[in-house]
Ligand binder design. Structure first.
Ligand code: DWN
Ligand code: SAH
Ligand code: ZN
Length: 403
């Protein structure tokens, strides 16, 4: 049953037994790993793409959650720009108030704070919330939901903007989120969120955008239907190049704003390409299989030819690829990553060891599997000595290929 509208959900993709994507394990703790069956379907009524089973939120989001938004220079720039956009275009009145759901280490809100604007982050993971607090960002440690929205409104007054990046698609219980936003948002306020776009996932075969934390994959059509159901309206959309292709959705209370032409145009383009049709999604599932087999074939070839292989970027996304395709340390002996909380641990399920990025040069890789393909430009530029020395990058989005 659809988590948004109660309609019939048709399964189109079975990604098998999967661990928690951000549960990097100590080498002696692999026996305790949590697994679940990752299956994906589409709703016949509202076209929302969603998982068929839910992982309890506390298992994924806790005080040792390892992901920090500030790990990419390009993402830091993106969020500083985002803050300025929100401050310029959306914050009204003499004393505007901006709330961010899933504020993580405060990368976006730090720019709001620097502008001297009232703000609050809502973030359940204590470790990253403390990083934000140390930078002077105001954070409430909580999962945003109906009661939290009402409490913030009572304490701080109505919000002019509620923003969320890469968070709304993580939350199965969106009915409660919308009731919380309804309690919190000023009459002319906006709810702005950005998440991976189904159009890009299908076009680029980026099936690794689907893992425990990414419960939904949004499209303009499905977000429009969802907004209406909860008393809101989709009034603007903007495609973003970050994280492999996202859309920023702007929602207002129903009737408060006239939707821009971009909304109708994006919905029409989705309908024209049959984005949410089962035949399209089944074809995508076949591509997932083909690419996974291709990737394993390529890695086996590299191993058999005696080349030194490693992974780059211990992403949450890569859990889907390694566990679905069956890629372990025999094919990718280690992965390099800049995140201290991941280093010295093993990647979930695949048990590929994570090593500090500083050890990368001395390892002397011949081929690097770029798990963090969404940061390709930034990473390839930073590691230009690798290619200069004859090394080659191996990508699997949108196809398996050596650069
Ligand atoms: O939606 C989500 C996004 C925003 O972040 C969360 N559910 C979890 C997480 O997903 P991810 O881990 O797939 O995100 P990234 O941004 O693709 O992860 C990049 C990884 O690569 C991080 O572990 C940091 C690392 N990295 C690195 O080692 N060197 C990244 C860059 C840019 C680098 O230069
Ligand atoms: N916004 C950041 C972080 C994305 S990771 C960025 O784009 O880089 C997803 C974040 O959502 C995590 O920090 C997680 O703790 C948070 N999150 C998950 N469920 C939440 C909820 N119900 N309320 C607030 N934050 C939530
Ligand atoms: Zn539905």
């Amino acid at each position: 049953m659809c988590r948004i509208c109660g309609g019939v959900v048709n399964e189109f993709l079975d990604l098998g037994r999967q661990p928690l994507s951000d549960a990097f394990v100590e080498p002696d703790e692999t026996a305790d790993e949590f697994y679940y069956h990752l299956r994906v379907g589409v709703c016949e009524s509202c076209s929302m793409v969603q998982q068929l089973a839910e992982v309890p939120r506390e298992r994924m989001f806790h005080d040792s959650y390892p992901y920090v938004s500030s790990g990419s220079v390009r993402m830091r720039e993106h969020f500083t720009r985002t803050a300025h956009d929100l401050l310029e275009c959306e914050s009204t009145g003499s004393d505007p108030f901006i709330v961010e759901i899933g504020s993580n280490d405060g990368t976006m809100l730090a720019a709001v704070r620097a502008a001297g604007v009232r703000h609050l982050g809502v973030e359940p993971c204590g470790g990253v919330a403390d990083v934000a607090r140390a930078a002077g960002v105001r954070v409430r440690s909580a999962f945003f939901e109906e009661a939290v929205g009402a409490e913030i409104a009572a304490q701080d007054g109505p919000a002019n903007v509620v923003f969320a990046a890469n968070t709304i698609c993580h939350i199965p219980y969106l009915d409660s989120i919308f009731r919380g936003i309804d309690a919190l948002l000023a009459p002319d306020g906006v709810f702005v969120f950005e998440d991976p776009y189904l159009g890009d996932v299908i076009e680029k075969n980026s099936f690794d955008q689907i893992y425990d934390e990414h419960f939904y994959v949004f499209s303009a059509r499905s977000v429009q239907a969802m907004a209406r159901r909860f008393g809101f309206e989709l009034v603007d959309v903007r495609r973003l190049p970050v994280h492999g292709g996202e859309v920023r959705y702007t929602l207002a209370r129903a009737g408060a704003r006239t939707p821009s032409a971009a909304v109708a145009a994006l919905v029409a383009s989705e309908d024209a390409r049959g984005l949410a049709e089962l035949s399209t999604l089944h074809a995508f599932a076949a591509e997932v299989d083909r690419i996974s087999r291709d990737l394993v074939g390529q890695l086996e070839k590299l191993r058999d030819s005696g080349l030194r292989v490693a992974g780059y970027g211990a992403t949450a996304k890569s859990a889907t690829v390694t566990n679905y395709a069956g890629i372990g340390p025999d094919l990718v002996p280690c992965v390099f990553d800049t995140t201290p909380a991941k280093q010295g641990r093993l990647m979930p399920g695949s048990h590929i060891p994570v090593r500090p990025a500083e050890e990368f040069a001395e390892y002397g890789a011949d081929r690097l599997l770029l798990f963090a393909w969404n940061h390709a430009e930034e990473i390839i530029a930073k590691e230009k000595d690798f290619a200069r020395g004859g090394g080659r990058w191996l990508l699997y989005v949108p196809e398996v290929r050596l650069l």
